[in-house]
Design a protein around this ligand. Structure first.
Ligand code: G3P
Length: 500
């Protein structure tokens, strides 16, 4: 009875359900990709109904693979791609538009308009974020401004908003009348609307964006019982007890609970999170200030974050748009066929450049091409782009904290790539450490849920579950590291100032 916790990981490319046991090991997994919808250059959408259908499906497959029923599950945790905005009618449960994904840049004119009064840092002191297309706020405004009848309905109190955590929670706990409309502090801190100190929606910012407060979910902690799964669902009556945005969940799953600890997750993008404990630290080097986690009534923990928009999705682009590889892991084989990058650098600024530059006007660039360059060099440059971007973010973290990190904990899909991990250590000049369970995102959400229902008793128990799998030591001579970094930075300058 109740020997497991299930985590739902609603990510950018797929939704997964993972069942964990008490030692934090994976018992079974269900996974389904959803469609990436690109209506115009720079636009990225998901269908929320497809996402919810997939979530139900993957819960079913994770349970059935391990022959489990709801009676075996102590709690459900949710983790999610953050910022992606869903607006739905609370009376019908139907989204009024596709989800606008975090990578989508259509709202740049809204950003420019808001920034014309006070600059992009207008709300940064309060919310920890610069004005950028990345966050949910401008996406909600775009939907209200562009979907016919949306603003009137929102003002009448009929429309509600959520990142995909809130969308999944509302559906999971709801019957025909809908369920709990809530989010956790980490997701709320990615909207542009939450005051980092009060952990409440800020009316002045909502007004500046023209978003009615009635649309916003209740802001709760990351670990408490939000509600029970509705009786119409497979997991009926199981408490939903943990929510963390995926990057914060990975930090929690890595047991990086102490100020000064950090992790880097290699997924669609790459996100380095540095725990600053109970202190709100404002970056001077292009990092975001964000919520780390809040357990029930305990004090919130904060973090600095270096967000990189495009890493794994560059490999998908080689696969789907160029047809250069047929599966993502093939990139490693292709890259291994050449001894170096042949002078080629790829700056994947598909959504502009995020940290530490925050340049909306940047676009992707491939530089250093000669007649000598081949597919292997392109593959290698694509992998190396991930490592170079991480290095620039780590430099910003070190500059902000004043105490250089001595090693980097890593997780996420791309850490299976041995060559990339070695190159990462080489370019950082510090060891890179992979834990035994690399599904730390789902694990973090499971931990948050399990703590709330007493399945795990405290953080000490979670730390004891963490184990090292492999460590890569830097091997590249410092002069070579510096030479490559210099070329990378030169390549970055070529990607900027591209938009008319
Ligand atoms: O901020 C976006 C991030 O939460 C997305 O993560 O792993 O779905 O690429 P991922």
């Amino acid at each position: 009875m109740n020997q497991y916790v299930i985590a739902i990981d609603q990510g950018t490319t797929s939704s997964r359900a993972i069942v964990f046991d008490h030692t934090g090991n994976i018992v079974s997994t269900g996974q389904m990709e959803h469609e990436q919808i690109f209506p115009h250059a720079g636009w990225v959408e998901h269908n929320p109904v497809e996402i919810w259908d997939n979530v139900r499906e993957v819960i079913g497959s994770a349970l059935s693979k391990a022959s489990l029923t709801r009676h075996d599950i102590a709690a459900v945790g949710i983790t999610n791609q953050r910022e992606t905005a869903v607006v739905w009618d609370k009376n019908t449960g139907e989204p009024i538009y596709n989800a606008i994904v975090w990578q989508d840049t259509r709202t740049q004119p809204i950003v420019d308009e808001l920034a014309s009064d006070g600059g992009v840092e207008r709300f940064k002191q309060k919310v920890g974020l610069p004005l950028a297309t990345y966050f949910s706020g401008t996406k909600i405004k775009w939907i209200l401004d562009n979907v016919e009848g949306a603003r009137e309905k929102a003002e009448a109190g009929d429309l509600i908003f959520g990142n995909t955590d809130a969308w999944v929670l509302w559906n999971l706990t709801g019957g025909p009348d809908g369920g709990v409309h809530a989010t956790d502090v980490t997701n709320a801190s990615r909207t542009m609307f939450m005051d980092l100190e009060t952990l409440q929606w800020d009316q002045e910012i909502l007004d500046a964006f023209g978003v009615p407060a009635s649309m916003m979910p209740a802001i709760l902690s990351s670990s408490e019982v939000y509600g029970q799964v509705h009786s119409s669902q497979l997991l009926r009556e199981v408490p939903v007890a943990g929510i963390l945005g995926d990057q914060q969940a990975a930090t929690f799953g890595q047991a990086a609970f102490q100020p000064g600890e950090a992790k880097n997750t290699y997924g669609t993008g790459c996100f380095l999170i540095f725990n600053t404990g109970e202190e709100i630290v404002h970056s001077k080097n292009g990092l975001l200030t964000t919520l780390g986690y809040k357990l029930g009534n305990d004090k919130p923990h904060y973090a600095l974050e270096g967000s990189i928009a495009v890493t794994g999705s560059l490999i998908q682009w080689l696969r789907d748009n160029l047809g250069m590889i047929s599966t993502a892991p093939e990139v490693e084989t292709l890259a291994a066929a050449v001894k170096d990058n042949g002078g080629v650098y790829i700056v994947p600024a598909f959504s502009g450049l995020f940290a530490p530059y925050w340049r909306a006007d940047a676009r992707g660039a491939i530089v250093g091409l000669t007649r000598y360059a081949n597919k292997g060099h392109i593959a290698r440059a694509a992998l190396e782009a991930t490592a170079f971007q991480t290095r620039e973010v780590l430099d910003a973290v070190n500059a902000d904290s004043g105490v250089p990190l001595t090693e980097l904990k890593v997780d996420g899909g791309m850490v299976a790539n041995e060559a990339l991990m070695q190159f990462q250590a080489d370019i950082l000049g510090v060891p890179v450490v992979r834990p035994k369970v690399v599904e730390t995102t789902a694990l973090g959400a499971a931990y948050a849920a399990g703590l709330a229902v007493g399945f795990w008793k405290d953080l000490g128990e979670l730390s004891a579950n963490w184990g090292e799998d492999k460590r890569w030591e830097p091997q590249l001579p410092v002069e070579e590291q510096e030479r490559q970094l210099r070329l990378w930075k030169k390549a970055v300058t070529k990607s900027m100032d591209w938009v008319d």
